[in-house]
Design a protein around this ligand. Structure first.
Ligand code: NAD
Length: 308
């Protein structure tokens, strides 16, 4: 297929290269010229603009930071022609950025209003998953558009789930990361409490990993060094999945919770906890370093700062 790839950053760069390796013709563009050069070295043809890349292709994939960036790329902005104005009829637009459900639905509306097919297809799996082609894709849009996209997404990912109509890929992503953010805080609080009570990390792990406390935050991304050798805790909390991205994703969850009117006390609290953690220097660390924040904010025995 002829594919345009817009946004060749941490995730988009390796994803585009995997498409080239699989035999697709990929025309790419990023606002940062060094990223264009890096992708070109791996066979991505670099266009002179995003709009030029989107001309005469079957699929346009965007991998940008935020919803407004996607809207601007689709519509164009002063000095930057838009993707929708240059794509040919029948082009399928796939946005893989992590953005708000409401923004994703607006993006679908823009694409479909201009006569194009569209999917939201955010990912999980991080930069390592992007490089290895093992991402998980959560896809929202029609059955027909999903069927067209699936073989292309399979090149970049291992698990491709059609979650429902427009925006529901983003909904799945935000709900999953809501579980993850809350559970990592829970696991970390339990380890810090265990430390104070004299309980060895390994003993708590051996119990909880085989009991009802079992979860990914404990058994794969364990926030203390030792029990799970590959977890970032053994590597000075180098990400992994950064505190900044968890703060971003929980911010999207917070918006969705408020928009939907859900009584989600822990979700709103987790969003506030990770926002503060990222602002106070945790943004570049793996999100499991929240355990250090919990230790740092813990008081003397008999004192606890109740969060409200
Ligand atoms: P990034 O900042 O490395 O890449 C985004 C790129 O988009 C930048 O290089 C930027 O120059 C480019 N860009 C912005 N506007 C553009 C335009 N109009 N035309 C062309 N290029 C443009 O970000 P990333 O880490 O690759 O993340 C991308 C998305 O994936 C985000 O939404 C993020 O939340 C999500 N995500 C990231 C990870 C991760 O581990 N990095 C994991 C899962 C999901």
């Amino acid at each position: 297929m002829d594919i345009a790839f817009i946004g060749l950053g941490h995730m988009g760069g390796p994803m585009a290269v995997n498409l080239v390796t699989a035999g697709h013709r990929v025309t790419g563009f990023d606002l940062v010229s060094a990223l264009n050069e890096a992708a070109a070295a791996h066979g991505v043809v670099i266009a002179e603009s995003a709009a030029a890349a989107a001309r005469d292709v079957d699929i346009v994939i965007t991998m940008l930071q935020q919803g407004q960036h996607v809207i601007d790329a689709y519509q164009g902005s002063p000095g930057m022609p838009g993707l929708l104005a240059s794509a040919r009829a029948g082009t399928l637009f796939i946005d893989s950025s992590t953005i708000a459900v409401a923004d994703a639905r607006a993006v679908h509306g823009l694409a479909q209003g201009a006569g194009f097919r569209s999917l939201d297809a955010p990912v999980s799996g991080g930069v390592m998953g992007a490089e290895a082609g093992t991402l998980a894709f959560m896809v929202g849009g029609s059955d027909e558009d999903f069927a067209t996209a699936e073989p292309v997404l399979q090149v970049m990912g291992r698990r491709i789930v059609h979650c429902g109509g427009p925006g529901l890929g983003q909904a799945a992503k935000v709900c999953n990361n809501l579980i993850l953010g809350i559970s990592m805080i829970g696991v970390s609080e339990a380890f810090v409490l265990g430390e104070r009570l004299g309980l060895a990390h390994q003993a708590l792990f051996d119990v909880a990993s085989n009991a009802s406390g079992q979860c990914w935050a404990l058994t794969t991304n364990c926030p203390v060094p030792g029990p799970v050798s590959a977890s970032p805790a053994n590597n000075d909390y180098r990400p992994g999945f950064s505190g900044a991205l968890m703060a971003k994703d929980l911010g999207l969850a917070e918006h969705a919770i408020v928009d939907a009117g859900i009584h989600a006390e822990l979700g709103l609290l987790a969003a506030a906890v990770y926002r503060r953690f990222a602002a106070e220097g945790g943004g570049g660390l793996d999100f499991s370093a929240i355990i250090e924040d919990i230790r740092a904010h813990s008081g003397a025995p008999g004192e606890s700062e109740a969060m409200a």
